[in-house]
Design a protein around this ligand. Structure first.
Ligand SMILES: [Zn+2]
Length: 150
C-alpha cells in the first residue's frame, strides 16, 4: 500500500510526478505564486448532493488516501456505480455523510492515482474548491443553485 502523507494543518495532494499541490486555504496562502494557476476559488455547500458533486468533480478519494479519476458514474438507487480511469468498478453510497463524501469535502486524500493519470489542472481546480456551511452552490438542477435561499 502506498504511504499516505499528512501534515498538520496543511493538506497537499501529491501529483504523479511527485510535486505537491497545496489544498487548504493556509496552504494556498503559503504557496501563493507558486505552482498554482489563476483559477478562481469555487465554493459548494457542505450539504450539496454527493452524486451531483461526484459528477462535477470526477474525483474519488479511496480509503488508502489515493485520489482516483472517475471515468463514468451511473446512479443505481441509493448507490452510484463508479468506474475509475484505472479500471476499478464499484458501488458507492451517495449519502453526503458517507466516508467518501467527508473525505472529498475535507480533502483527506493525498496522492493522485498514477494509473488514473489525474491531470494537474483537475487537481488545481480541486485545490481551489472549498465547502462552506452557508455559502456556495448546491448544484441544483433547476435554476442556478447559486442564489441564497435560506
Ligand atoms: Zn486510479
Amino acid at each position: 500500500m502506498e504511504s499516505v502523507l499528512r501534515l498538520p494543518g496543511i493538506y497537499y495532494v501529491v501529483t504523479i510526478d511527485h510535486r505537491r499541490l497545496p489544498f487548504s486555504l493556509e496552504g494556498l496562502r503559503r504557496y501563493r505564486g507558486t505552482a498554482m494557476s489563476k483559477a478562481k476559488r469555487r465554493y459548494y455547500r457542505k450539504r450539496v448532493d454527493f452524486f451531483r458533486l461526484l459528477i462535477k468533480m470526477k474525483l474519488w478519494p479511496s480509503r488508502s488516501g489515493i485520489l482516483h479519476g472517475i471515468r463514468s458514474i451511473e446512479r443505481k438507487g441509493p448507490y452510484a456505480e463508479i468506474t475509475t480511469h484505472c479500471g476499478h468498478v464499484f458501488l458507492a453510497t451517495t449519502s453526503k455523510n458517507s466516508r467518501a463524501a467527508r473525505w472529498l469535502r475535507n480533502k483527506w486524500a493525498f496522492k493522485a492515482c498514477r494509473a488514473c493519470r489525474v491531470p494537474d489542472w483537475k487537481l488545481e481546480k480541486y485545490s481551489k474548491t472549498f465547502f462552506a456551511q452557508h455559502y456556495g452552490s448546491m448544484l441544483e438542477e433547476h435554476g442556478s443553485g447559486d442564489s441564497p435561499k435560506e
